[in-house]
Design a protein around this ligand. Structure first.
Ligand SMILES: [Zn+2]
Length: 172
């Protein structure tokens, strides 16, 4: 088996890219003493009472972020298909398996394949389903432009199912 992997890099959500986070004890300190204003001795006493006084200095208020190990960004391997879906060059079309049938959870298609499938769906869906076919085209194109929008309503779901069937017939 051969896999193609890419490196995904993104800003750490924990430290927002700075690589540093506030020590939790300091967060408690500011909660307990809003506005500060304590003397050095009072500060030392407060930290000593928490069991965290490290003479002659208080523990640093900021410490390296554990999530990104202080780098401010996180890098990880992702497979090529996941990356292409994330940047919108491929679309993951969820597939509802029929009873007793093994199908993949989703198929990956390009915008061109979607376009072809819509055309096929519109021409193959007859009379009483014409309205639904038009809905399919409209809905799918909406998703092509805004792929993260969820589908709403039962008729939307029916149209989506019809679209999937049309698409599956043409997806190797
Ligand atoms: Zn971080």
């Amino acid at each position: 088996m051969r896999r193609y992997l890419l490196i995904e890099e993104f800003t750490c959500q924990e430290c927002h890219g700075s690589g540093w986070v506030q020590h939790p004890l300091w967060a408690r300190y500011w909660e307990a003493n809003p506005g500060g204003g304590l003397t050095v001795e009072e500060d030392q006493t407060w930290f000593r009472e928490q069991g965290e006084y490290t003479p002659p200095h208080l523990i640093p208020e900021e410490e390296p972020c554990v999530e990104c190990e202080g780098a401010g960004k996180i890098r990880r391997e992702v497979d090529l298909v996941t990356a292409l879906v994330a940047i919108g060059l491929l679309y993951a079309v969820p597939i509802t398996p029929l009873v007793g049938e093994e199908r993949p959870a989703s198929v990956y298609v390009t915008a061109q394949q979607i376009s072809a499938a819509i055309a096929a769906a519109v021409t193959s869906i007859k009379s009483y389903r014409e309205l639904s076919a038009a809905y399919v085209a409209q809905t799918v194109w909406g998703r092509v432009q805004q792929p993260h929008l969820p589908l709403h309503s039962e008729s939307g779901q029916d149209a989506w199912n019809a679209f999937q069937d049309a698409l599956l017939e043409r997806t190797p």
